[in-house]
Design a protein around this ligand. Structure first.
Ligand code: SAM
Length: 276
């Protein structure tokens, strides 16, 4: 995969930082990602940011279909030409944040497996979009910035725990499968990476009645994670009931606790009583 450097040079391409273009050049890591994704021959795979298509080619050998979404028009054109003879690969030149996953799901009539070496700057908003459209996907195998992966699996009371941990854990079983050194990429990013595997739960840990509201409450609280729960809520821009403290006490939570100590179940309970 030293050929990636050569290929970039041949096409006169300079990796674009703004688009998180750090190409995976370690073949062992590529194989490990593919193994983690457990792609079977009946699977439809969505690959985000295929770049020069090393992973796309490997996925195409295993899957029924690969849909590869690339924002960079030059890379998308190169990839379309490269894979012109592989009819079960569809290259879409588009910002993945603008893809309607529900429509994609209806079109494919199948749960989709996501496999991606993600552009780091869009990973958090994209993860929230995956959660919103979770029925469209069966599993997700994602290479992410190590810090983001650690936020996803973080437990209450830790520095990394926040809205992303709550949302992703509420709806899925997930684990960090392995870490990847920055030297596995060209150009190497400033941070290490991790590969996370996500499988949706049949039912969330607790069913929130309003996911958007829960998101607002979690974000509102964690905007002021060093304050007490009541102070954090009062500083947020949420519209709150006057009897805030007594409502929090009623569900067995001490309003003086710091937001970061609340479990996922407690956050869901908090969102419910703040709404009613
Ligand atoms: N898959 C390749 C690999 O593993 O070597 C490239 C991975 S690189 C980390 C991220 C890729 O995502 C780049 O090709 C970049 O152009 C693309 N990308 C960045 N932002 C994107 C977006 N919003 N939608 C789709 N692709 C995007």
């Amino acid at each position: 995969m030293a050929s990636i450097r050569r290929e970039l040079k041949e096409h006169g391409l300079v990796p674009r930082k703004r688009l998180g273009q750090h190409f995976l050049v370690d073949r062992n890591i590529l194989s490990k990602v593919i193994r983690t994704a457990q792609v079977e021959k009946e699977d439809v795979v969505l690959e985000i940011g295929p770049g020069l298509g090393e992973m796309t080619t490997a996925l195409a050998k295993k899957a029924k279909k690969v849909i590869a979404v690339e924002i960079d028009s030059t890379l998308a054109e190169i990839l379309k030409k490269k894979l012109a003879g592989v009819p079960h690969v569809e290259v879409i030149k588009k910002d993945v944040l603008k893809i309607d996953f529900n429509q994609l799901f209806e079109q494919e009539g199948n749960s989709i497996k996501v496999v991606a070496n993600l552009p780091y700057q869009i990973s958090t908003p994209l993860l929230f979009r995956f959660i919103e459209s979770r029925h469209a996907f069966s599993t997700l195998t994602l290479m992410l910035q190590k810090e983001v992966a650690e936020r996803m699996v973080a437990s209450p009371g830790t520095k990394a725990y926040g809205p992303l941990s709550i949302f992703v854990q509420l709806f899925s079983n997930l684990s960090i499968r392995f870490y990847v050194k920055a030297s596995a990429f060209f150009p190497p990013p400033k941070v290490d990476s991790a590969v996370v595997h996500i499988e949706w739960r049949k039912r969330p840990i607790v069913e929130p009645s309003d996911e958007e509201w829960l998101k607002k409450v979690a974000r509102g609280c964690f905007g002021y994670r060093r304050k007490t729960l009541t102070n954090a809520l009062r500083h947020s821009d949420l519209s709150l009931p006057n009897d805030l403290e007594s409502r929090i006490r009623k569900i067995g939570i001490d309003p003086k606790r710091r937001p970061e100590t609340l479990s996922i179940q407690e956050f869901v309970g908090l969102a419910e009583i703040l709404k009613s």
